[in-house]
Design a protein around this ligand. Structure first.
Ligand code: UGA
Length: 439
């Protein structure tokens, strides 16, 4: 099927490449000429495992194109809207400028019978508002909302083999939506054939599925981080606590990793936008707890910083501190709302000489925070450092060898902001090991 994808960031670029992989003919549209040029050459403009291979294959097949000209999307039957919905600069709500601009841009090119499919994460009520706008400017096209659940670092697999597929339509009980549902079923024929659950909902439910899922995940992380605070006051070990409660199948061990908390372009802004939207709707009290979830999360960044400050005392000023990781999570070069960078900046403010490193995210970090010092690899960062702070659990940092590290560093303090190192091994090698919520 001929598809278009409007917006080629993390979500759109992966979606476009994955839809080509599923056999469709796809044109990706973006306003950024540099991004389009890279994608058109089959190059991924950001770090995402598996994406370069998909892009190369897609572009070489002739079924995947990228353009800045939205008119080139006109022949598509289904148009995916995949633009960003960042936090508003002036508040907690979502900034819908890019969504609205994309709708206005594509509307004149929507052929009769075509389907516009929103994938962006939006405040509940947005789809109904866009549908009303389409009724004015493109009355022969229809709108569905099909939220995306991909995780950065696993985006390709999450798109090709999703846990579930959700279609939001104006009214799931109305026979008039059947043709749109059939069209989407054709798009997702491959994952549907393997038994992927597919749910058809009204617009509001579909929009809420996404923010509710992200709110739940954020709550799970902040719950265990709140337990880490209790563990710190009692000498308990939060990692063992997570293992033990996680063995209850109703709770589950996933997303119970205590540390410096969640960041990225999704969870933090989504819980804030959800709380703000609920307030607008007069039901703010229902998700007031999300403010606490946010606050617990931000406290952990402060805590990691204070652990270093307390341990080094008046040796902190001017001390070289190796910070391992700047990306908000491993296997990504995304630094949006990165807890790792936040900790680096806080330590620098306290007078430390922070030298940060990361296998993928240094170019992004250097551009955004030129005031920080960066090292190309962990060895360079660690050499002669007073302390090491592990803040993004890349595989190579998890595998750090205490013996080898001892030969490089001058100090013997390691702060494990992600609770991924073995305290016994580090202590045996003469290190002061400090985890998050671990004795
Ligand atoms: C998140 C959701 O997991 C996806 O399902 C969703 O589609 C996506 O947002 C989105 O809205 O687009 P992502 O932001 O890529 O995906 O990253 P996650 O894997 O959820 O991790 C988010 C943050 O939580 C990271 O900073 C990670 O280090 C942290 N985290 C995760 C923890 O601190 N502890 C954990 O146990 C798990």
């Amino acid at each position: 099927m001929r598809l278009s994808v409007i917006g080629c960031g993390y979500l759109g670029a992966v979606h476009a490449a994955a839809m080509t992989e599923l056999g469709h003919d796809v044109v990706g549209v973006d306003v950024d000429p540099a991004k389009v040029a890279a994608l058109a050459e089959g190059r991924a403009p950001f770090h995402e495992p598996g994406l370069p291979e998909l892009l190369e294959r897609g572009v070489a097949s002739g079924r995947l194109r990228f353009t800045t000209d939205v008119a080139e999307a006109a022949e598509a039957r289904v148009h995916f809207l995949a633009v960003g919905t960042p936090q508003r600069p002036d508040g907690d709500g979502a900034d819908l400028r890019f969504v609205d601009a994309a709708v206005e841009a594509i509307a004149p090119h929507l052929a009769p019978g075509s389907l516009l499919v929103g994938k962006s994460t939006v405040p509940v009520g947005t789809a109904a508002r866009i549908a009303a706008r389409l009724a004015e400017v493109a009355p022969d096209a229809s709108l569905a909302w099909n939220p995306e659940f991909l995780r950065e670092g696993l985006a390709v697999r999450d798109t090709l083999e999703p846990d579930r597929i959700v279609y939001g339509v104006p009214d799931p009980t109305d026979v008039r939506v059947e043709s749109d549902v059939a069209l989407l079923d054709e798009v997702y024929a491959t994952p549907l054939a393997t038994g992927t659950p597919r749910l058809v909902a009204d617009y509001a439910t579909a929009e809420l599925v996404k923010v509710a899922a992200n709110s739940f995940l954020a709550t799970k992380i902040s719950f265990i981080n709140a337990m880490a605070e209790i563990a710190e006051a009692t000498g308990a070990d939060v990692t063992l606590l997570a293992d033990a409660i996680g063995l209850d199948a109703r709770i589950g061990r996933k997303f119970l990793n205590a540390g410096i908390g969640f960041g990225g372009g999704c969870l933090p802004k989504d819980i804030r936008a959800f709380a703000a939207r609920a307030e607008e709707l007069g039901v703010g009290v229902a998700v007031e707890f999300l403010r606490d979830i946010d606050a617990i999360n931000l406290r952990r960044r402060e805590r990691a910083t204070s652990i270093v400050a307390e341990a080094l005392g008046d040796r902190l000023a001017g001390a070289k501190i190796a910070v391992l990781g700047v990306a908000f999570k491993p296997d990504s070069d995304d630094i949006r709302d990165s807890p790792a960078l936040d900790v680096s900046l806080r330590l620098r403010e306290l007078g430390a000489r922070v030298v940060a490193t990361d296998p993928a995210a240094i170019p992004n970090a250097r551009q955004r925070y030129p005031e920080l010092e960066y090292a190309d690899d962990a060895d360079d960062a660690i050499r002669d450092a007073e302390a090491i702070v592990l803040v993004t659990e890349w595989a190579q940092y998890r595998a750090l060898d205490p013996g080898r590290t001892s030969a490089l560093a001058s100090g013997r303090l390691i702060v494990d902001g992600r609770n991924v190192l073995d305290p016994v091994a580090w202590r045996a090698a003469g290190w002061t090991y400090r985890g998050m919520g671990r004795p």
